[in-house]
Design a binder for this molecule. Sequence first.
Ligand code: ADP
Length: 438
Amino acid sequence: MTPFWSRELWRLLGAEAGFFLFGLILRQPAWTLFMGTLAYFLFFLWRLAQFHRWFLGTRNFRPPDIPEGIWMDLYQKVYQLQKGNRRRERKLKVLLGKFQASADALPDAVVVINASDQILWFNAAAKGYLALDTTDVGRPIVNILRSPVFLDYLQSGDYGQSLVFNPFHNDDTHFSLRIIPYGGDQRLLLVQDITDLRRLERVRSDFVANVSHELKTPLTVISGFVENFLLKEDECSRRWRRPLELISQQAMRMRQIVTDLLLLAKLEASGRREESLEILDIPALLKSIRDEVLMPGLGDVAAIGLELDAHLRLKGNEAELRSAFSNLLLNAIKYTPHNGRVTVRCYVDGEGCGCVEVEDTGEGISPEHIPRLTERFYRVDVGRSRKRGGTGLGLAIVKHVLQHHDAKLDISSKPGAGSCFRCRFPPGKVALVEMGQV
Ligand code: ADP
């Protein structure tokens, strides 16, 4: 018990004893004791009402002028607490100001949204990038970023990768957006303006496309003349046959590189176009690719097996998918020795994804090379790839084509045992004839 309470109790006992004695004089001790207790109770109630009014009405919590005791102690304690709270509040305000200043200094836009996608806070860059102002706090972010691509990304809940999109539907602005969930149900939206980066990429891609295009004509002329010389049977042509054959081979290789570079540039420039996608009969497409590559002289594998789900249809661009699947099959043939086996499969996996798979029993690839295989001109063995007519661009083309179809390339391989290249298309791109979805 605090000293204030014991003093208060003693005071009450003293008062009660006084009332009792006074009651004895009046020969009404019970009555005076009751009156005294009532008076004490009413006084306490009055003090409580006074405290309540002070607590609700005061701004600075300075204690009123009352005698020392339990009530004074209460006033003092509330005053001290309030003073502490104000000190903490001031410190937090300074901290918040500093945090706000550092967030405002960020070159990228930062927006905090809640579980209902409403904007809670944003930094200065967000005002410029997304044209936000203070009246937008509380508004759903989808009312500001009205892009279907962004809506899909927001609702997907899969924020592992950034979303590159064009928020204002013009070719001038490109944003890279990333969502980072935190604190239970809040999410941080980080938006980076990559317009300049995109412009540079386009300059590079245009440059490669232009150079490739410019190289095409001289290469055709060189090949034409060399072929002509090789056809002649005179003394001069016979003497120069070997160098001429080498020139012809290298010119052909260069033409293949130029063709692949042009295809890559075209793929980069075209981006994702839903309207160019049609329902494709994948088993028929794979059969026709197999028949094309089986033409004599293209490889020496013993057999190309087909394991095809006849019902599989995919929403895709035929020319692009033909080029991607041909590249995978040609690679399997190129890197599988004589007597090896190549199998082409298509099926729907357990998660409803459409899969096209090319498996071989060839030389395989060491694990450290696998993450880099889709880079342009990346080759495990440059000499061997060149000898087999490789350009180093085949898998880069595959990657771009699959990106256009929201699909992924999974590569599994064991050196000496073979490789399996699997293209996985999301369920949204799959249609099955028997289910009548086509
Ligand atoms: P390339 O024209 O050299 O074949 P790609 O981009 O198609 O270029 O392939 C890149 C590299 O990946 C190849 O150089 C080769 O080392 C390796 N590779 C691709 N497919 C296979 C495969 N089926 N088996 C073994 N290695 C492969």
